[in-house]
Design a protein around this ligand. Sequence first.
Ligand code: UDP
Length: 476
Amino acid sequence: GIDRFNKMEPKQVPSVLILPLPAQGHVSSMLKLAELLCLAGLHVTFLNTEQNHQRLVKFTDASSRFTKFPAFRFETLPDIPSDIQNPENLIKEMFAGIDRVIKPAFRELLISGREKAEEWPPVTCIIADGVMSFTIDVAKEFGIPNIAFRTISAACFWAYLCIPKLIQEDELPFKDGDLNKQITCVPGMESFLRRRDLPSFLQAKEFSDPSIQIVHTQSSKSMSSSAFILNSIEELENPMPSHIGTLACAKVYTIGPLSALLSSKKNTTSSTSLRAVDKSCLTWLDSQQLKSVLYVSFGSIAVVTAEQLLEFWYGIVNSGKPFLWVMRPDSIIGERQIPEELMLATKERGCMVDWSPQEEVLEHSSIGGFLTHSGWNSTLEAITAGAPMLCWPYFADQQINSRYVDAVWKIGLDMKDMCERSIIERMVRDLMEDRKDEFMKSSEKIANMVRSCVEEGGSSYRNFERLVEDISSMSL
Ligand code: UDP
C-alpha cells in the first residue's frame, strides 16, 4: 500500500493526472478511481472544473476524505457552459467548450507542473475521460502515456468503435424510419440489437448530424490510446472488453463497478454527489415493507415534458406501489399542473426528493424495483444492489444499456421511448408483482457474481492490481 513508494526519488514516483468530463456520472466514477489509486499509494491529481469542485466540497466529505492522502491534490479548470434543457445543445456546447477552454488550460497545467517539480512529482501517466480525446495529442507532446477511461459500458463503447463498419455495411445512417430493423454488423450483438437499441447519438438519418459526428470523431481518435479503463465487469460483458482490446491493439482494464471495488476495500461508501443530498428518504424507506418500493430516478441530465411527467405519475400511482421519486428541480420542461388526486396519492404512499443518496437507496431492503433512465452508473448501482429495473432510456448510451437489462441479463424490462400511463402501470406490476420472483432471482444472481468480482481474486480486483503495476512501471 501507501508506503511502498516512499523510498523512491521524487522523479520515479508514479504520479497520475485524472481528468473527467464535467458531468455527474463522469466525475463520480473517476473520483472513485482516484480514491482507489490513492489507497494503492500512487500520487494523484484530480482535475475538476471550478464549479464542480466547489460542489464536491460543499455537498460531500471529499475534502476531508482526501486530506488523509498526502499524495492527493485537487486542481481546477475553468467552467464551460452547458444547456441542460436541450440535449443536442448540451453535447455541442460541451465539446466546443472543451476545445476552447479545457484543452489550453490542461496544457498550461502540465507546463507549470514541470516547472514546479520539487513541489509535486511530475505527471507520469494521464488518465483522461475517453471523450476528452484531445489529451492523447497533449500527452504525446509531453511524452507521457495516456490511458482512456470510458464511463460507458463495454457494449456501448464497442458499438461506437463499430461505426465505420456500420456505415460501410449501410446500416448507418438509417435509410427509413423502421426502428425495429435488426442491426447485423456489431459482432456479439447480432441476435438482439435493433436500430432502436443503438446509442441515441447513432440513431440519425444524416451522417452530418452533429451527435454522430462527435461520437465518431471521439471514438476513432481514442483508438490510438494504448490502454482503456472500463467501469464494467468482464463476466457481465464478455466478450466485448476483449473485442475492444483486439480492435484497438490496446490493453483493457475492466475494473468495475468502481463503487463496489472501492467500498469492498474501505468498507464504507464514498459520496461523490454534485448536488445537495436529501437523506430523509432513507428514514421513509425504513418505514416501508421489504422489497415493496419503486425507486424512480432519471439521473442528473434527463428531462421530461410536463405531459410525460403526468403519464409517469398516473402510471406509478395507479400501479398501487409505494414509491420514492427523485424529482430534480431542473428536470421538467413546461408548466406543471398536478391534479389533486395525484397529490393525495403521493402523500399517502410516496416520497419525493430533489436528489437522493442513490447508492444507499438502492441497497435499502425496502426497494423492490427501479424506474431508471438507464445511465451506466445507475445501471451498475442497481446491478450491484440486485434491484430489478424498469428502463426508460433518455439519450446517449442509455438505449443500449436498457436493451442489455431486458434482453441479455434479463433483470428488468425495457420501455424504450414509450410513455403512456396504462403501459407504465402494467410494466410496474409486471416487474414488482406478476414476474417479481423471476426478476428478483435473476437480479440477485447477477449481483452475487458482480460482488464476487471486486473481492480479492475476482476479475475486477485483479485487473485493478494489474493497472496499478502497469502505471507504476511507466515511471521507472
Ligand atoms: N444520483 C444520485 N442521486 C440521485 C440521482 C442520481 O446520487 O437522486 C447519482 C447516481 O447514483 C449515479 C449518478 O447520479 O451515480 C448518475 O449517473 P448515470 O450514469 O446513471 O446518469 P447521468 O446522470 O450521467 O445521466
